[in-house]
Structures are given as structure tokens and as C-alpha cells.
Write a protein that binds this ligand. Structure first.
Ligand code: MEV
Length: 440
């Protein structure tokens, strides 16, 4: 068996690349060349990227596209999206255009509460703990003053600190369940620092509390960490229009289209197998904007899917209805996003994405991200209940297939033209390219 490597992080970037290439790849010289090809020629810019994480070898590109014509709360936006899936930006743009002519999207923030917890063990009298924590409230806040002063100046800070008894789940297990207002910051560092301070105050003061004298230790901290589940950091995005304004959709009437949309959402609401794919379509839009704006898409993903399961069953995030002749399509989405801190001020493309979005604050960014998700869901359902998804998908995938087949620029042009009137399948593209090459 190969020996593990010692002190890898201390090697220079060149040494790391050399080691990886020689140890794990068949053609080390080609690997080294490939990795170097993706380095930025601007050394300072490359160093910035190198320092985002440990053991950086090179950069990993994703396309950054933009979906224009999003009318949101009466203002026009072009939404930057970082994503590899070929049909996503096209679908978002189409949905934006569709709703542009029908009053656009509306979005509203319903709450901005963030959450963190100190998980600890205590094996004494629950009433004594409750009294102790009640008395400790001012000190918990005072000890965290150094951390919260700036946030408080801007109107944020610690909102509540609540003792929760979880001993029916785990023996001796209690929490300080804390809520925060972190304004334009996603808030992870702020919250975690506050929680660790709460933990330290709790241990110190419990050690001096006379009622706990017989307990050894009086309390034991298990961990202090924010929760990425933020059901009260919630934004609503919606569209609506008279059914009559929906217009005929690929062979079906506006009324039938509205009915099928409502039924498609009902299916996703009742059937988890469908709900996962339905919500995945929403996340195509959400993640692409979250990534482009330098936010934590893993946190958003984890939270959104927990929220989709809040009834005890995994369900559709979006909802649809027809009422009094009006079609309404909407979604509430929990989103913990930041427009300051983290990558937002560091990554030049992220900074630019914020500029394209007209420098939103965090609540505004929540609205834009939710709209991108709703638009994506609308576009997917619209295809699914009319012409099917593959027509659009394969059309967008055509270029990928042509690239896989090493088509030249001229061949691509000719084949894209050909497939305007023919159905795209991998086989059909191979055949058409062969036929075209045989003619030459
Ligand atoms: C593909 O990335 C997303 C869809 O499958 C979403 C859906 O089925 O609603 C098209």
C-alpha cells in the first residue's frame, strides 16, 4: 500500500502539483500543464484565489451567465448565474420574459431571524437551571458586548436567548436556543463567536453558582454552533395574472395550461419522488445566484430541503392556484444570505455580480434569489406540462455534444442550423456530423 503523505500543506504549490501528478495520474507532464493552464496570468489575482482554501492547485471554472429582463417589484434586473447545466440560464431568461409582459415578479421578505445553539449537559434540578439561566441573561449579553457592539450600532445583534429542555430526547441535554439579527451579513462568524462566548460565560458562572455546588461539573458544553435551519429567515416570491392573459401554450389553452400547472404542483406536493425533482429545479435557479453572489450554497441547500420537509413529508416548495380567474404561482423560501463579509468583498467576480444586481442589501438579495428559483420552477413546469422537457434540454445540450465530438466552428454553425428543424439526440448529432463530414 502507498504511504500517506506527511506535511502536504507545507509543500509549495509547485511541489503539491508535482506530487499529485506523479502519484495519481498516468501522464504527469500533461496533468501539470493542464493545471497550469487554468492559472490566472495576473499573479496577484491568482494568489487571492489560492488563499481562499488550503492546498489550492488551480482554479475550477464554471460558466457565469446572466438572465436579463427580470422585472421584480417594478425594477428591472439582469441576474448573474454561475452554473454548468446548459438549460438553466436559458430557462430563467424565458420565464423572465414571459412575466415581463404580465406585471413581473413580486417578492417580499417575511422574516430575517438567524439561529444558533449552545448544546450542553446538566444533571441537576431543572428548575434551578431555569432560574440560573434567567438570572444569567444580562451577563450573557454583557460578556458578548465586544462582539455585538458594531452589529448593535447598525440595528442588529442578539434577539433572544432561551433555555430549552431536551432531556426527553437525550439524558441531561439542554440548549441555549438563541436568535440573532445579522442585517447584511450571513452572520455565521458573528453567531458562532457569540455562542462560544455564551458557552464560556455559562461554564464560568455555573462554577460559582451555590445551587450547583454538588454538581461536578455543574454544566458541560458539548458544542456551540449556528443552525443553518432558518425557517424564520423567509422570503416570498410570486407571480400572478388573469388566466386569460396566460395565452395559448404550445397547443393548449391558457385555461388548460393554468390547470395543468396547478395539478403539477399538487403532484409535487403529495409525491416525494416528484417533489425532490421539482425542488431540484427550483434550486437550479437558487444555487446559481447564490454561487455567483459568493454565498454558501451548501447552507442554503441544507436549509431549503429541511424546510420542504417541515410537515413531516418532503413536499413542493412552490404553490399554485387559480382563483376568481387569476393564476397565482408562489413560493416561500428560507434563505440566509449575506451581501457583506465572506467572499462578497473579496472575489472580483462576486463583487461584479453584486454590482450587476445594483448592490442589493441582504433582504433584497433574498428576494432576487427566490425569484430566480421561482422562475426556474415556472420554466420547468411550463415545458413539462406542454411539450416535455427534452426538446429544450437537448437543444441546449447540442453544443455540449458537438464539443464532445470535436466539431469545428463551421461544423457547429451548420449543425445548429440543421437541428433547428430536427430532433436532437446524441445519435442524431453523431449521424448528422458524419454525414456532413462525408460530403466534404
Ligand atoms: C432539471 O435540472 C430540472 C427539472 O428536472 C426540474 C423539474 O422536473 O421540475 C427539469
Amino acid at each position: 500500500m502507498d504511504q500517506p503523505v506527511e506535511g502536504f500543506s507545507k509543500l509549495s504549490k509547485e511541489e503539491k502539483i508535482d506530487w499529485i501528478a506523479r502519484r495519481y495520474t498516468a501522464n504527469p507532464e500533461a496533468t501539470i500543464k493542464l493545471l497550469q493552464q487554468y492559472w490566472n496570468s495576473d499573479k496577484q489575482l491568482q494568489q487571492l484565489h489560492d488563499e481562499f482554501i488550503e492546498n489550492t492547485l488551480t482554479n475550477f471554472y464554471l460558466p457565469l451567465g446572466v438572465a436579463p429582463n427580470f422585472l421584480i417589484n417594478g425594477k428591472l434586473y439582469a441576474i448573474p448565474m454561475a452554473i454548468e447545466e446548459s438549460s438553466v440560464v436559458a430557462a430563467a431568461s424565458k420565464a423572465a420574459k414571459f412575466w415581463l409582459d404580465r406585471g413581473g415578479f413580486r417578492a417580499e421578505v417575511l422574516g430575517t431571524e438567524k439561529i444558533g445553539q449552545v448544546h450542553f449537559l446538566y444533571f441537576g434540578d431543572p428548575r434551578q437551571l431555569s432560574e440560573f439561566i434567567e438570572g444569567l441573561q444580562p451577563l450573557l449579553r454583557a460578556d458578548a458586548q465586544g462582539l455585538t457592539a458594531n452589529m448593535e450600532k447598525r440595528g442588529g445583534g442578539i434577539s433572544s436567548i432561551e433555555l430549552r429542555d431536551k432531556t426527553s430526547d437525550i439524558e441531561g441535554y439542554y440548549q441555549l436556543h438563541c436568535t440573532f439579527e445579522t442585517l447584511d451579513a450571513m452572520g455565521a462568524n458573528f453567531i458562532n463567536s457569540c455562542l462560544e462566548q455564551f458557552g464560556a460565560t455559562l461554564v464560568r458562572e455555573a462554577g460559582k453558582y451555590p445551587d450547583f455546588a454538588k454538581l461536578d461539573p455543574p454544566v458541560e458544553i458539548l458544542m456551540s454552533i449556528l443552525s443553518n435551519y432558518v425557517p424564520n429567515c423567509l422570503v416570498r416570491a410570486e407571480v400572478s395574472c388573469p388566466v386569460a392573459d396566460l395565452g395559448a401554450e404550445s397547443g393548449i389553452s391558457g385555461a388548460d395550461f393554468a390547470r395543468k400547472m396547478v395539478q403539477a404542483v399538487a403532484v409535487a406536493n403529495s409525491e416525494p419522488y416528484r417533489a425532490v425533482t421539482h425542488n431540484k429545479g427550483i434550486m437550479n435557479g437558487v444555487d446559481a445566484v447564490v454561487l455567483a453572489t459568493g454565498n454558501d450554497f451548501r447552507a442554503v441547500e441544507a436549509c431549503v430541503h429541511a424546510y420542504a420537509s417541515r410537515s413531516g413529508q418532503y413536499r413542493s416548495l412552490s404553490r399554485a392556484e387559480v382563483s376568481n380567474g387569476t393564476f397565482r404561482f408562489w413560493m416561500d423560501l428560507p434563505l440566509a444570505l449575506g451581501t457583506v463579509g465572506g467572499l462578497t468583498g473579496l472575489h472580483p467576480l462576486v463583487r461584479m455580480a453584486h454590482e450587476i444586481l445594483q448592490k442589493p442589501n441582504a433582504p433584497e438579495l433574498m428576494q432576487l434569489v427566490a425569484v430566480a428559483g421561482l422562475a426556474q420552477n415556472f420554466a420547468a413546469l411550463r415545458s413539462l406540462v406542454t411539450v416535455g422537457i427534452q426538446r429544450g434540454h437537448m437543444k441546449m445540450h447540442l453544443l455540449n455534444i458537438l464539443n464532445q465530438l470535436s466539431a469545428t466552428g463551421q461544423e457547429k454553425e451548420i449543425l445548429i442550423d440543421h437541428f433547428k428543424t430536427h430532433t436532437v439526440t446524441h445519435n442524431a448529432v453523431v449521424k448528422a456530423l458524419e454525414a456532413h463530414r462525408a460530403l466534404k
